[in-house]
Ligand binder design. Structure first.
Ligand code: ATP
Length: 305
């Protein structure tokens, strides 16, 4: 591994985490993926990825969870740089630095966020002239959640989650996220979902009209009533202690609570900023999570800063 060219500042992209306000999961498809109806909301917890010229592709990471992030070509940021370089016939001579604040393996699409950010940063560094559509195509090849990390805001993902339709939001929603010790593997959680639902006739996943109306109205109480995650039972089965975290946040005044994506981060929708701080303090004091963070949604997608 070589060092980045520290004489060149490079391009930095800021990218948000996500929470799924609805995650409806259908039966496993022949290709192993599940059909989803996935309503994504980008939330204001951010990673920053900086791409700078270097002798070869190298990657570093800083932040509280940095030790859990792979620094080889399995890192989604590296895969994004390689995919863009290959498509445009460019030598992937770039150093990528990830300043990581999104929990790792937390169900908040941190790796996908870094993939989208690296793609945008390298695109700007190399002046490829790629269109938004071309970048979104590369994102979809990298992973189901990567296209949403690029666009941000709020969107409905169908297919395996990568076919996006923007969704209207009528205001700012306040969230508290309880971060757990250790991660949960997304494939393992889907495996547990398959085990728990074996022999059941699963409905075709679809976005709930009441949830879309609640997002459009900007009314957190209405949104809280419609939050749903079909992976929650599987995440709780693998990590039963999350039930106590959910109860602690709800008991402290959250309007609604759910496991974020495949977990183990839990998400609490609150009516306003002062409740957010109160719920975060109660969650931290409860001893049922590692720490709690407050954030606003919707947040903008990957952006050059
Ligand atoms: P999702 O919500 O999309 O299911 P997640 O938030 O649960 O994902 P990630 O933080 O994306 O999980 O990490 C999942 C795994 O991906 C990690 O355990 C790690 O091995 C790998 N990974 C690859 N690239 C990255 C990256 N840039 N940051 C974090 N993890 C990465």
């Amino acid at each position: 591994m070589t060092r980045a060219d520290t004489g060149t500042r490079g391009v930095t992209v800021r990218v948000p985490a996500k929470v799924n306000v609805q995650l409806a999961v259908g039966a496993a498809r022949p290709d192993g993926f599940h059909d989803l109806a996935n309503v994504f909301l980008a939330v204001g917890l951010y990673d920053e990825v900086t791409a700078a010229p270097a002798d070869e592709l190298t990657i570093t990471c800083s932040g509280p969870d940095a030790a859990q992030v792979p620094l080889d070509r399995g890192n989604l940021a590296a895969r994004a740089a390689l995919a863009l370089a290959e498509r445009y016939g460019i030598e992937p001579a770039v150093h990528l630095h990830i300043a990581k604040d999104i929990p790792v393996a937390g169900g908040m699409a941190g790796g996908s966020a870094d993939g989208a950010a690296a793609l945008l940063a390298c695109d700007a560094l190399w002046s490829t002239g790629a269109s938004r559509e071309e970048l979104l195509e590369i994102c979809a090849e990298l992973g189901s959640d990567v296209p949403f990390s690029l666009i941000g805001g709020a969107a409905l993902g169908t297919g395996r989650g990568e076919l996006l339709t923007p969704v209207a939001t009528g205001g700012t929603f306040h969230w508290v996220f309880a971060l757990a010790d250790g991660g949960l593997s997304t494939p393992v959680v889907f495996g547990e979902f398959d085990r728990l639902t074996a022999g059941t006739d699963l409905p075709v996943p679809a976005a709930a009209p009441a949830l879309l109306d609640a997002l459009a109205s900007g009314d957190p109480a209405a949104l809280a009533k419609t939050l749903s995650n079909d992976l929650q039972a599987a995440a709780l089965s693998l990590r039963p202690s999350l039930a106590a975290t959910l109860a602690a946040g709800t008991g402290a005044g959250a309007l609604g609570a759910l496991v974020s994506g495949s977990g183990p981060t839990t998400a609490f929708l609150v009516p306003d900023e002062s409740t957010a701080h109160r719920v975060a303090a109660a969650l931290t004091a409860s001893g049922t999570c590692r720490t709690a963070r407050t954030a606003l949604s919707p947040a903008a997608g990957a952006t050059v800063v």
